[in-house]
Design a protein around this ligand. Structure first.
Ligand code: FRU
Length: 452
């Protein structure tokens, strides 16, 4: 019997989830908020923020919806945002989405994108909402699409990034500076020339080994055979210099799979930079059959971000390894083994290989074309997903797969290339077939997810 309830990934008990919001470690707990429609698994109701907390990233408590679109400034959605500790309180910064009824295009007319802040002692009880910025405060050549504040503090100042669309339909980032996190001045605008897409959503800024990086979700990039294969993209730029004067270089997609968008980072108390994305894709033409069962979408595993020779690397959260659940197994070249979900599979491939999960999900290497391919051959297993490709060179490939009950995350070459996808196996144990390599399999212990 199919069991598509994830064992290792945050998902709502009922309803719709999209972007992770307000990721932080505060007063001894990790907090993960997310865009949430509790009653509508198709995500059509105004968004609120759902909330989960955990002491260790493995034992989660879902406390329900905590930030609601209940004022005139956010009446059509408490859109994405972030959390920053300030004294004894956590400040949540977010976008209040307002759509006025009428014959509007909602790009240049009919929309409000308000930057709001609310304080909370625990992620559950909310103080009074404060309106910090309205469309009149953003640069005059911005369209009404300005959203998704990401705020952080440095020694003597606060910074806020906002994603935006210009009146000329160019994607851009706004950087604001503040002394107190309440009164903000525009510090600069990043907008590549020529335009890199028409809109950038869900920005983030972080430092890895002394270097600044910016993450954003550009919409409207041309699609290629191995690049930008999804409807919208999510990736990062290196910042050459500091936040206020540095220039952007490169754009590397975080994930080459079907389901990854709107990631956000948080700093763990031990200094690790963790990244969590939405394991979904807006406006995609593929489906998730859990919607018919009352819920849709999950977040990715937290990933540890480190710098590598060619950019950033993403590694599965190390907490996943301990404690192991059950004895390790192997899948030998040419064999098929049935394995209960969830599990982790590791292998090294120095030539062509083909791995098939659940009869319809294939991960293959084409050494001559120097490609790694993720492909579905079964409509039911993939929900309409087709094929995604990444360039992978000709050398040996190391692969580390985390396979949950309805998702696969592939970390290739120590996380230099990652693929994430949802998949929907018929059973809670799946056949795994391998040709061209041997693999080691470790059963994984489901995380604890308590609904309060
Ligand atoms: C990205 C996004 C954000 C917005 C939110 C609304 O998926 O469109 O830009 O704040 O979702 O749910």
């Amino acid at each position: 019997m199919a069991n598509w309830r994830q064992a290792l990934h945050i998902e709502p008990p009922q309803g719709w989830l999209n972007d992770p919001n307000g990721l932080c470690f505060f007063h001894g707990l990790y907090h993960v908020f997310f865009q949430y429609c509790p009653t509508q698994p198709d995500g059509t109701a105004p968004k609120c923020w759902g909330h989960c907390q955990s002491p260790d990233l493995l034992h989660w408590t879902f406390t329900g919806a905590s930030l609601f679109p209940d004022t005139p400034q956010d009446q059509n959605g408490a859109y994405s945002g972030c959390a920053v500790a300030c004294g004894d309180l956590l400040r949540l910064y977010y976008t209040g989405n307002v759509k006025h009824p009428g014959p509007y295009d909602y790009i240049r007319t009919g929309r409000e994108s308000n930057t709001l802040m609310v304080e909370t002692p625990d992620g559950i009880q909310m103080g009074a909402k404060q309106l910090l910025l309205t469309n009149a405060d953003y640069p005059a050549d911005c369209s009404l699409h300005v959203r998704d504040p990401k705020v952080w503090r440095e020694e003597d100042r606060w910074y806020m990034l906002l994603g935006a669309r210009s009146l000329q339909d160019a994607g851009r980032l706004l950087l604001y500076r503040s002394q107190d996190g309440l009164v903000w001045q525009l510090a600069r605008v990043w907008e590549p020339t020529p335009a890199f897409g028409y809109m950038w959503e869900c920005p983030d800024g972080f430092v890895v080994e002394g270097r600044c990086w910016l993450s954003a979700c550009p919409q409207g990039l041309p699609h290629g055979e191995t690049e930008n294969q999804n409807v919208y993209q999510s990736g990062y730029f290196a910042v050459d210099g500091d936040w206020e004067t540095g220039t952007l270089s490169g754009f590397t997609e975080w994930d080459k799979g079907f389901d990854f968008y709107a990631p956000q980072t948080l700093r763990a108390p031990d200094g690790r930079l963790l990244l969590i994305g939405w394991m979904g894709m807006p406006d995609a033409d593929y489906r998730n059959p859990t919607a018919a069962l009352g819920w849709q979408h999950c977040l990715t595993l937290p990933r540890e971000i480190v710098s590598g020779p060619e950019g950033l690397r993403q590694r599965p959260l190390r907490e996943l390894d301990a404690p192991a659940d059950g004895a390790p197994q192997s899948v030998e070249d040419g064999s098929t083994v049935t394995l209960p979900l969830p599990f982790r599979l590791r292998m090294t491939a120095d030539r062509d290989f083909a791995l098939t999960l659940a009869g319809g999900l294939h991960l293959e290497r084409d050494t001559a074309a120097q490609r790694l391919v993720l492909r579905f051959s079964d409509e039911a297993v993939g929900g309409g997903r087709t094929i995604r490709r990444a360039v992978c060179g000709a050398g040996p490939l190391s692969l580390d797969l985390v396979v949950d009950r309805a998702s696969l995350e592939v970390f290739c070459n120590d996380g230099a290339t990652v693929f994430s996808t949802r998949f929907y196996p018929e059973d809670s144990s799946i056949p795994v077939s391998l040709r061209g390599a041997d693999a080691a399999v470790q059963p994984l212990r489901p995380m604890a997810f308590t609904v309060q």
